[in-house]
Design a protein around this ligand. Structure first.
Ligand SMILES: Nc1ncnc2c1ncn2[C@@H]1O[C@H](COP(=O)(O)OP(=O)(O)OP(=O)(O)O)[C@@H](O)[C@H]1O
Ligand SMILES: [Mg+2]
Length: 493
């Protein structure tokens, strides 16, 4: 780059000598005798080196130094004077000039000084460029880190968070400003567990990379399964992060996989049960028929004992047959008849059916209807079955461990809700109760809730089961859309 030298001096002979001297070195030279003109000029054409005489026609060259600096913040200034004084030398130093040169001077000395000043200028320019480049690359790096979907966390040697990207904030619920400076394990594993994540971080400090699947807890107490890669960073003297943890949130993927596996299992079971049901029903029918004949002849002959046993066997066969129905309920239902139904009547029917057994178990069994509930298109029999499954679960869970159950029917603008509440012990910990065969009951099939889910889905609706929000116990809610299940009905797998 060609250096630009600005000369401000009213001694025309001297300025011409200086011009020649610097033009010989390849520099561009601008000369001014008038300070005002010089000031106006630097606003549009900054200098690299300014040579300023102290005594100028209208004012002191020292007085113009601040303006000159503004015009060219990277430039250097050399002050020249024929009448050196301690005062003006101090003034020049105060303005941070590069040198204070007494006239007359040796041109070689001036060139030497100028050379030093210009190399300072180019160093300063380079530094400014580099720091601009650094800021740009930092902004780019920050933007990349913030746009990736993985959690990216940097920690220092005490495992304290130094870097926390946008995904980490979104997934965990902790903002970067809140996470900064906190122990990463204490933040993500609030039981303070010094488990695999802590070990991986310590190992990374010693230089070894590693990975592990470690569930973390979000700010709301939700658990997310995260696969972590932990690796050392090149330590920097500024005390930045030493270990980088990058995590992929697998929660949704694992749930999808589990759901896919469960519907695959369900479909396979459907095929199996349809075939089995056919084979089992015939002998069951024959057995029931034979039993009925046996019961009649026993009654005729007055064999009370045989009669009682025949009844027990009949009841057991009935149970077996209804178990078969349950299995079939999970397979593609053959008779799915949609008609306009009154959900309140369905709820009343189910309530009337189970209220006596609840009372016998010492439980209060209430039916609550909230507001107007419109008729909907639904399969009455299956809705009854769904409500019975939920109510029986509630009664079974609450017997001896709570005071009552409640069946509640209500409607919003776009859906009907059927709610079964109890004040029992709540759902068993760590069990996926909506999955087939998940049961805590001796003799339970674990098919009750999957069947309810299936029925809700057939109506385009959902089943949600979880802890009650207003106290101890469980709440199961079937939501059925009003806009016509035919439209909302999901295709069956
Ligand atoms: N209201 C409830 N309170 C507490 N736990 C419940 C409740 N409802 C269901 N559960 C739990 O969910 C499990 C699964 O229920 P599901 O109805 O699917 O099967 P099950 O009741 O065990 O068997 P089955 O319905 O064949 O009798 C139950 O074993 C029970 O542990
Ligand atoms: Mg059940």
């Amino acid at each position: 780059m060609i250096p630009h030298v600005l000369v401000i001096d009213d001694n025309a002979d001297l300025t011409e000598d200086i011009r020649e001297l610097f033009e010989d070195t390849g520099a561009r030279v601008s000369v001014f005798a008038n300070p005002d003109e010089a000031e106006a000029f630097v606003k549009t054409d900054p200098y690299d080196l300014a040579l300023v005489d102290v005594r100028l026609p209208t004012r002191s060259g020292l007085a113009m130094l601040p303006r000159l600096r503004q015009g060219s913040p990277d430039g250097e200034i050399i002050v020249m004077t024929g009448a050196a004084s301690v005062h003006s030398a101090m003034e020049a130093v105060r303005h941070g000039v590069h040198a204070y040169l007494k006239k007359p001077f040796d041109p070689a000395d001036l060139l030497k000084l100028a050379d030093r000043a210009l190399s300072q200028v180019s160093l300063r320019r380079e530094r400014r460029l580099l720091s601009r480049e650094l800021a740009r690359s930092e902004a780019l790096h920050r933007a990349v880190i913030d746009t990736v979907g993985s959690l990216i966390i940097g920690v220092d040697e005490q495992h304290r968070v130094q870097l926390w990207n946008e995904s980490a904030a979104q997934i965990t619920g902790w903002r970067a400003s809140e996470a900064h400076g906190r122990d990463v394990c204490e933040l993500l594993l609030p039981d303070g567990s010094r488990g695999p994540l802590h070990e991986l971080t310590s190992e990374a400090q010693a230089g070894a990379s590693g990975e592990a699947r470690v569930p973390v807890r979000t700010r709301d107490g939700e658990e997310r399964v995260v696969h972590w890669h932990v690796r050392p960073l090149i330590p920097d003297t500024a005390g930045g992060p030493m270990v980088l943890l990058s995590g992929t949130d697998l929660t949704e993927r694992l749930e999808l996989e589990a759901r896919a596996a469960s519907s695959e299992a369900m479909a396979a079971m459907g095929r199996l049960t349809s075939a089995l049901a056919h084979e089992i029903r015939n002998p069951l029918n024959a057995a029931t028929l034979q039993l009925e004949l046996m019961r009649r002849s026993a009654a005729k002959a007055g064999h009370e004992g045989v009669l009682r046993r025949a009844e027990i066997v009949t009841a057991e066969i009935k149970r077996l047959s209804s178990l078969l129905d349950d299995f079939l309920g999970l397979a593609r239902p053959k008779h799915f008849s949609m008609e306009g139904v009154n959900v309140v009547e369905i709820a009343e029917h189910v309530h009337a059916l189970h209220e006596p057994s609840a009372r016998e178990a010492g439980l209060e069994c209430r039916l609550v209807v909230r507001g107007e509930v419109p008729r909907i298109e639904a399969d009455e029999g299956r809705l009854k079955q769904a409500l019975i499954n939920l109510l029986v679960n509630a009664i079974e869970a609450t017997t001896g461990r709570g005071t009552g159950v409640e069946l509640e029917v209500g409607a919003s603008d776009d859906a009907i809700t059927l709610r079964v509440l109890d004040d029992g012990p709540g759902l068993p910990h760590g069990r996926r109760v909506l999955e087939a065969f998940e049961t805590t009951k001796e003799g339970g099939t674990g098919l009750g809730l999957p069947i309810v889910t299936r029925i809700a889905e057939m109506h385009g609706g959902t089943l949600v089961i979880g802890p009650r929000s207003d106290g101890p116990g469980t709440e199961a809610v079937i939501t059925l859309p009003l806009e016509g299940p035919a439209k909302a009905m999901r295709p069956l797998p």
